[in-house]
Write a protein that binds this ligand. Structure first.
Ligand SMILES: Nc1ncnc2c1ncn2[C@@H]1O[C@H](COP(=O)(O)OP(=O)(O)O)[C@@H](O)[C@H]1O
Ligand SMILES: [Mg+2]
Length: 271
């Protein structure tokens, strides 16, 4: 095949090349968080990021989102270098940052404000998103009145509001009970199938990563490097998938990769 991305091989939706990130806190030592990350995510691909706590998963999402300066290496989205946040990318933060002084509805409406829609359409869309994430009846509640799972669902609705092509999700289902989590996973897969979205999904749950993603990227203990990229395409319509030997083996294979890094991370932080 000819190089340079011919018509048969479209440019990747997200192209990360040689990205290194150093935090420089005003006090204390510099932290090398990411070291030479290169990764390409195809249009409409669903990629999961796994790795031990502190390996730089959130940092990588912030960089793709344009919230942190890219000092070394490059990140391009749809062929254009990332220079800041943009409407093409939606993000849910690990602590599901909602505006505490706004209700559920107002938090979601915020995501719709910059679209220039007539107010009536905004209200309709906000309600559709509220229904989608199952928050009917809580429209007028404030974040402090919500459970962790409900805050998370509000954050997901707000992320979806402006219909970004790219969803950057930082441990979005971590705070949910098993039942809600499974419903939200199905909902996310449904959104991903129905609309042309590219997803980068951070989780610490290996089974969730293998179930949702088409490829799982395992990062090493800090500084985060790409340790392994594993194909994880399964037939999610198969009701017996989670118990099938192929699926269980894949979870086991990736679990071992992650575990080795978690042990390395623990050693590094031991006194
Ligand atoms: N603002 C910051 N200043 C200094 N160090 C930071 C800052 N944010 C994160 N770090 C450090 O960078 C590393 C990567 O953090 P993070 O991306 O949050 O990891 P993960 O999401 O994989 O748990 C961690 O060691 C963390 O302590
Ligand atoms: Mg994180």
């Amino acid at each position: 095949m000819a190089g340079g991305g011919g018509a048969s091989e479209p440019a990747p939706q997200i192209a990360i090349a040689g990205v290194t990130h150093i935090y420089r806190p005003p006090r204390g030592r510099e932290v090398l968080a990411l070291d030479g990350i290169s990764l390409e995510v195809r249009h409409r691909e669903f990629v999961a990021l796994l790795g031990p706590s502190g390996c730089g998963k959130s940092t990588l999402l912030y960089l793709i989102g344009g919230f942190l300066p890219i000092e070394r290496g490059t990140i391009a989205v749809a062929g254009k270098p990332v220079t800041g946040p943009g409407r093409d990318r939606g993000i849910t933060f690990q602590n599901f940052a909602l505006f505490p002084w706004k209700t559920v509805r107002a938090n979601i409406l915020y995501g719709l404000e910059k679209l220039g829609l007539p107010p009536a359409e905004r209200t309709t869309r906000a309600q559709a998103l509220i229904d989608l994430v199952g928050l009917q009846g809580f429209e007028d509640s404030y974040p402090a009145q919500l459970s962790g799972g409900m805050k998370q669902r509000t954050a997901i609705a707000r992320m979806l509001a402006h219909e970004p092509d790219i969803l950057l999700m930082d441990e979005p289902f971590g705070a949910l009970d098993a039942q809600t989590r499974s419903l939200m996973q199905a909902e996310l897969l449904d959104i991903w199938r129905r609309t042309p979205k590219t997803v980068v999904f951070v989780t610490h749950d290996v089974q969730e990563a293998v179930y949702l993603a088409e490829r799982v990227v395992v990062l090493s203990a800090r500084p985060g490097r790409v340790k392994a990229v594993v194909e994880t395409r399964f037939d999610r319509a198969d009701p017996g998938l989670l118990k099938s030997p192929a699926f269980v083996d894949k979870v086991d294979e990736i679990w071992h990769l992650v575990r080795a890094e978690a042990i390395a991370a623990q050693r590094a932080s031991a006194p």
